[in-house]
Structures are given as C-alpha cells and as structure tokens.
Design a protein around this ligand. Sequence first.
Ligand code: GLU
Length: 473
Amino acid sequence: MNKETAIRVRIAPSPTGNLHVGTARAALYNELFAKHKNGSFIIRIEDTDKARSTPEYEQAILDGLRWLGISWSEGPDIGGEYAPYRQSERAGEHAKAVQQLLDAGKAYRCTCPPKEMTGGEVSVHACDCDNKGNTTGVIRLKVTPELISFTDIIRGEIKVHTNSFGGDFVIARDISDPLFHLAVVCDDEAMKISHVIRGEDHLHNTIKHILLQRALGYTQPMYAHLPLLLDEQRKKLSKRSGETNILAFRDMGFLPQAMLNYLALLGWNNGDDREYYTHKELASAFTLDRVQKSGAIFSLGKLSAMNKKYLSELSDADLLAWGLYHYNKKNILVNSETRLLYALKTELGRFASYDIEGIDLCEAMNWHDTGWMPELDTQKIVWKKSTPEATKDILKKLIAVLETIPDDSFTKPFLEENIMNWIDANAMGRGDTLWPMRYSLTGREQSPGPFEIASVIGKEDTLHRLTFAHGIL
Ligand code: GLU
C-alpha cells in the first residue's frame, strides 16, 4: 500500500479533562480499525482551547490509554513523521490556511457584533462585511446555500443543507487564532488521515469540515460516526450518570482487559452474541460495518460481570499484583502476601471488582492480616434464636476441638469435614456454631465461609480470635 492510500486514523482529544469513557471507546475503535487494516493510529492533542487545556490532562489521557493497553504509532509522546502532534504547535500551518482562504476570496473578515455571530447556528448569517475590505474582525468562510451530502461508513448517506447551520461560519477569531473546524481540517490533511472515526456528536461539524476541505482543495477523508454512549436511563453518558474517567475504573478495581473488552462491545458486535475477546481477537474481528447506529448503553453491572470473569482467570501472580496495587494505593501494609493471595481467592466469588458501590475490598478483607483482631458487637456474635450463654459455651467447645487439630491440617476440606461431623454428632445446630465462628473471625456479617477463613489465617490467629470472642460474651 503506498502512502497516498495508507490507512491512517487518529483521535484528537482535548486535554481539558481526564480520559472519558467515550474518548477511550473512540480510541479503541480507531486502534482496532488500524490494526485490522495494517494502518497507523495516531494521537493528536487538540489543545486549541488554551484556557482549559493542561499538560496534566494530556498526561492523564495518555496514561489512561496506556493502562487500557491501546497503542499508537505517532503521537505527542513519541513523535512521528508528521510531528508536531499538538495542535497548538501547528499554528503556523493553520494561519497559512486561513490566509489562503482570505487571499482566494473564500473567506472574509467580519466585524458584525458578537450577538449576530453567535446567532449563526439558528439563522443564516447574512452581512456585507465581505465587500468592506475589513482588516479586523473574525474570519468567516463563505458558504453558498446548497445541500451537502457524504457517505458515512456507519450511517450511510447523510444530507445536510448549509442553511441548517447558519451559512457563513466563523473559522478563526484572527489569522493566528483558528477555531476547531479549521485546525482539525488542516491537521487531518497534513497528517494524511484517511478515515475520521469519531463520536456522533461531531456529525453536524462534518459538513463544515467538508466545506473547508473543498475550499482549501484538500482530500476528503472517509467518515464514520460512532453511536452515542448512554447511561442506563438512556440519557447521554455524562458525569451526572456516574463515573466516566477511565483511570477511576482502574482504582475501583476493574482490570484493563475487562474494560477494553467491554468498551469494544459498546456499539459493536461480530454479528453473534459472543462477548469475550482478547485485544488481539478484537483487532482481527473488528470492522466498521458492524458498528451499530443506535446509542450504546454503558452498564456498570455488565462491566462488573465481565471483570469478575477476568479476575477469576488471573494467574496467582497477577491476582496478587492486583491486590497489592490496591493495598498500596491505600497505604495499607501487607504483612503476608501469601495470606493476601489466599484471601483474594476466597473473596473473588463475592466481589466483581475492588471498590464498587461503596464496598471496599481492602477493608472487607482485613481479616486476612496476621495478628489482626476484629471489633466485635456482642449481640452480633449470637445466631438468631441462640443466647449469649449458649454461644459462649459453643465457642468454648469449638476452641477445644480446634486445639486438637494440628497446624498443617488447617485446610478448608479438613476443617469442614471434621467440624461439621462434630456439630452433627453433638446435635449442636449448624447456624448456632458456624455463625459465631465466622463472625468472630472477621467481625463482618458478610464474608467467605468460616472454614475458608480459618484455613487462610491459620490455627494461631483462629484460636486467638475465637478466644477473644468467647472472653467478651
Ligand atoms: N477534540 C474533539 C473531541 O475531543 C475531537 C474532534 C475530532 O475527532 O475531530 O471530541
């Protein structure tokens, strides 16, 4: 494939916030499309909004993409043949384009008061500034009333009348102060972008971009507008819907492979109901013609279910690394990695992620820690209809039985078999015994079973905690 026909796609995020779920999905689709077609995926930072753009947000966007495992072949961090990859550093090119349009009489300086200018979205801008030879004022592109059409890869033929967006539109506040439309069109041309794959919210901008491309004699890229992301109330996904920052999902305990897999399905499927894909499988399966037109609903429940499956498939080393990341993040010292790993394994069936809907896994799992003692509520030690006296007596007997079990037999199957037999043989009521045992070991009403816990914390801590509970009843 020669350079002219090479597949080159990009995202152009504005560094005015963290990496949003929608931008991450657009980045992924661009990356998958490029990989599938052996093309290049480029990151270009659109920092023309100088007041709101920050280097920290740029960093956060790149960090979020890297965390997801998305890779690019050109960008502000790695450079490339078409550098620079920050719009602010390409101002000279933009100014040349504006000048070219002014010189060709395709754009003009307009000194109409701002009110009239901003009204442009609803009524067609009509003024005689074009004939006045102004040397100040904003720069507008001359637009003739006509029906413009283009073929969107996802949506088919799109037709828009230029009157619908107000006719002559502003492309720059001044020669050296271009607006988004002009900058994006110039940069796409300079970087030989073949396909623009971006959110549906840009559909109305595309007509303006096509008009600019025509006026400047540029090549028109192919367009594909991705479906909107909706929340579960079918409203546009926004901060009000819940978390939208990709790196916040990392800190909630979502795995990047689960997040990436889930993002891929937000508007795309392979024509069947398959849900689980590796990154590599996605790249080989992904095509734009399988992207849906209708909005895609972002469901935390579905993402959590996916995360649960990915968590359950982690190797011990990766699961431990995941647990340690969250403990370190909270500055909680882990005194036994082996116990943390076992505890993670026993808890995984209950947790879909690390911190979701207010459940903090580090806190819920502090029972695994060597020497840790629960805060117990004496009323809660007692199971349903049992009494404190009876419970105290049961704990005493349980301690005596556990004392006879050797350290190395503190495994879940051994404890389960022996303690259950003992309970049944003495007709002691399972709940009356197992509830105080579990609660005394964890201080929690919800936790893994008592035998799992005892097997993770071992004989010494088990007896210590049970003796403590017995003592306060
Ligand atoms: N800066 C725009 C955005 O973040 C991207 C525009 C484009 O992709 O052309 O939505």
